[in-house]
Design a protein. Structure first.
Length: 310
């Protein structure tokens, strides 16, 4: 299998007057969890449909697992799993029968199919409840089974859309662990769309931010935070007076600075060295006791990018 699971070049999809995906160019390494982030209507679902060969691009191209989506859509879908808007489970069937049904669809031989059912249900901690009707289960349990259903045929690539939406914190954490184990333990590439930016930050080795079909940024969450600037620094100590504050404000690398109850709250314009500012404050008579730095969360970066594009 290629080292690049997904590659798009100027991928574009036009619907009448709406350009849902606009010149999207990305590369996703195999065996990673890739977060595709964007507000509602950003083009995330359309992108997945293009990558699965369910839609043809208006312009540009997409290559998935070494296959062109225009000419080899069937081969791509055979090698992919998907957990999108619905779980794909039959709620009147047991967990065991659900997986058996999908195993038959994928033409998995009986012996292998039964072994795979046991393996998957044990992995997600539901083997002892395999005979229970799925419709009686909690949402979290059904979602875990849906992931097992999506990867039952051992796909190389899994598309997952908002997997933890509506789940409680315990169920969400368990499902994140399951997705992480797929990438780390089984080498499955996971293409994850989510509104939960904390989830993306914990799971993804690479994320892309999209708005109105356009790619705004792509990289490791740490890289995006660094590019966005906005280092926040809290300085505690004595003699952090007006004179010190005014000197700090005059520095070109400082965006904002204010005194809050004897503490200096400083926002830097870029991810830059803070040591020169420390020296400046000390030479001006400040006695610094503590410095706390915060680069901001992925959510902060995401909101800033989306607001800038409005």
């Amino acid at each position: 299998m290629t080292d690049i699971a997904i590659r798009t070049e100027n991928l574009t999809r036009q619907f009448a007057t709406v350009r849902a995906v606009d010149n999207l160019s990305i590369e996703i390494p195999a065996g990673t969890i890739f977060g595709f982030l964007g507000p509602n209507g950003a083009g995330k679902t359309t992108t997945i449909r293009l990558l699965l060969g369910l839609l043809e691009p208006t312009v540009g191209s997409a290559n998935v697992l070494g296959f062109d989506t225009r000419t080899h859509a069937d081969e791509i879908r055979t090698r992919c799993g998907a957990l999108l808007e619905y779980t794909g489970l039959y709620e009147r069937l047991s967990a065991e029968d659900n997986l058996d049904f999908y195993g038959r669809i994928w033409h998995i031989p009986t012996t292998e199919r039964k072994a795979r059912i046991k393996e998957m249900l044990e992995h997600i901690g539901l083997y002892d409840r395999r005979k229970e009707v799925v419709g009686t289960w909690s949402r979290g349990m059904r979602q875990k089974l849906a992931v097992a259903r999506a990867v039952f045929h051992r796909p190389a690539l899994l598309f997952v859309d908002e997997p933890t939406a509506g789940l409680d914190p315990v169920a969400s954490a368990a499902l994140r662990d399951d997705l992480a184990s797929l990438a780390e333990g089984q080498g499955v590439t996971v293409f994850l769309t989510t509104h939960n930016l904390v989830e993306a930050e914990r799971l993804c080795s690479q994320v892309a931010v999209i708005r109105q079909g356009k790619l705004l940024a792509v990289g490791h969450p740490d890289e995006l935070r660094a590019k966005s600037g906005g280092l926040h620094v809290e300085v505690k100590g004595r003699n952090l007076n007006g004179k010190v504050l005014e000197l700090v404000k005059l520095r070109p690398e400082v965006g904002e600075a204010e005194n809050q109850n004897g503490r200096l709250m400083i926002t830097m314009k870029e991810q830059t060295e803070f040591a020169p500012l420390v020296a400046l404050m000390v030479n001006s008579g400040a006695e610094i006791e503590e410095i706390h730095k915060d680069t901001g969360s992925l959510e902060d970066v995401f909101l800033a990018m989306v607001e800038e594009e409005k």
